[in-house]
Write a protein that binds this ligand. Structure first.
Ligand code: NIG
Ligand code: FE
Length: 420
């Protein structure tokens, strides 16, 4: 009996391990890398993925000699839906203005709020569609998407709806996060009053959001305000997330652990005590090293310390129009390797199984019965993908066993024209 697709001679087949809990501490460095692998697909599902086997026949066969195959990647933290852009902030940054100073002057997040409010749902859809297509072309088919540039009911819902429409359009897995308390809008009477407004919105956004998130930072929301919000969201059945200790060490990580948040994100300035507490917690530390790079900060999150404390670490892009404008997760993987000092095994686990745990998604593995969502990488080994940085190594992206994105570079020469 023949199967739909057999991929043979895979130089390296990357097989992260399916687990109930996120990988912690030393487990993060364990990754099954099969030399000379075979993958077999039938009806959109993985039938076999492992060492070379001649047992299977395929209606279609692919020779992956010299290539890597892995599950499609997971981006567990993006601010995908936004209007406008902020290139004018580059000059301010060069002159030494900090991220929070720009925000205080009504720029930063608040400038994107203005552009997002001004955009129609159709305009936002078109812009976000382009960004999502780019993300998928990098081999990412599971994407978390936050609101947080509306800061009022109409515009927060507009963002969340766009995110859902895109999930339907492509049939990929997206997780949707309500980030109403992302900044205090100019028209708000006070931060307390605005936070209450966002808490009051929670029942209505529940239909559109899997998670509730908050920006806990100096000049934005305090730890106490964040606790109040997280508890209100949990009472309504939300899993909670938090932007914690991105710039100042307020203690957002400790709060996340107390509240059993599914993830705590950023953690650049987290205290030693809070990092130690990761030991006994299943909260995933989602580190965003692309943001530290783009904010041009000296110190990166202490990923090694967190892993040594037996913490669960994931890596994500934080794609957004201000603090990290790349949606290339492969680039962020290189930054994690270089600046967070993660080993290649840790990096690949951090953008597959652990990223999936941070957003409660069933993704990041290629075990028998899994959806056949995988990438054929034009690279001789998985470390090469981190080493040769800034480009797209994903040659072909497969979804449910079918070719979904072909990134082969086509050049209009006479000889290539005659082949087409
Ligand atoms: O995760 N820090 C808060 N939110 C985003 C940045 C949003 C923006 O600057 O537009 C972040 O870095
Ligand atoms: Fe973020």
């Amino acid at each position: 009996m023949s199967n739909d697709l057999v991929i043979q001679n895979i130089a390296q087949l990357i097989l992260p391990k399916k687990t109930d809990k996120p990988l912690k501490g030393k487990e993060l460095d364990q990754l099954n890398v099969v030399e000379d692998g075979t993958v077999v697909v039938d009806n959109g599902k993985v039938v076999y993925a492992g060492p070379h086997s001649d047992e299977y026949e395929g209606k279609e066969t692919i020779d992956a000699t010299g290539k890597v195959v892995s599950p499609t990647l997971v981006d567990a933290h993006t601010h995908l839906v936004f209007g406008g852009s902020r290139e004018h902030e580059m000059a301010l940054k060069r002159q030494g203005a900090s991220y929070l100073e720009i925000l205080e002057q009504g720029g930063g997040i608040l400038s994107t709020v203005k552009s997002t409010r001004e955009a129609t749902e159709e305009e936002l859809f078109k812009k976000t569609d382009k960004a999502l297509r780019e993300i998928m072309s990098y081999g990412v088919l599971t994407v978390e998407s936050k609101s947080g540039y509306g800061l009022d009911k109409e515009n927060e819902l507009k963002q969340l709806k766009v995110s859902h429409e895109l999930e339907d359009k492509y049939g990929i897995t997206m997780k949707h996060t309500f980030l109403g308390p992302h900044a205090v809008p100019e028209e708000a009477e006070s931060s307390e009053a605005f936070l209450q407004e966002m808490i009051d919105l929670l029942p209505e956004v529940k239909e559109y959001a899997d998670f509730a998130d908050i920006f806990c930072e100096t000049g934005v929301f305090s730890v106490e305000e964040s606790r109040k919000y997280m508890q209100a969201a949990k009472d309504l059945g939300f899993d909670v997330k938090i932007h914690a200790d991105e710039i100042d060490p307020l203690g957002g990580l400790g709060l996340a652990i107390d509240e059993e948040a599914i993830s705590a994100d950023h953690l650049v300035a987290s205290s030693e005590e809070d990092k130690k507490a990761l030991h006994d917690s299943n909260t995933v530390a989602v580190l965003l090293p692309g943001t530290t790079f783009y904010l041009d900060k000296e110190g990166y999150a202490d990923a090694r310390g967190m892993i040594d404390n037996n913490g669960a670490v994931a890596i994500a892009s934080d794609f957004n129009p201000g603090s990290n404008v790349t949606n290339n997760l492969q680039l962020v993987m290189t930054i994690a390797n270089l600046k967070l000092k993660l080993s290649p095994n840790e990096v690949w686990n951090a953008v597959t199984v652990n990223a999936a745990k941070a957003i409660d998604a069933d993704a990041g593995t290629l075990e028998t019965g899994d959806d056949a969502n995988f990438v054929i990488w034009d690279a001789p080994n998985y470390e090469y993908i981190l080493y040769h940085y800034g480009i797209n190594h994903a040659e072909n992206v497969y979804k449910d066993g079918e070719l979904f994105i072909d990134n082969t570079i086509k050049v209009n020469t006479e000889s290539e024209k005659s082949k087409a």
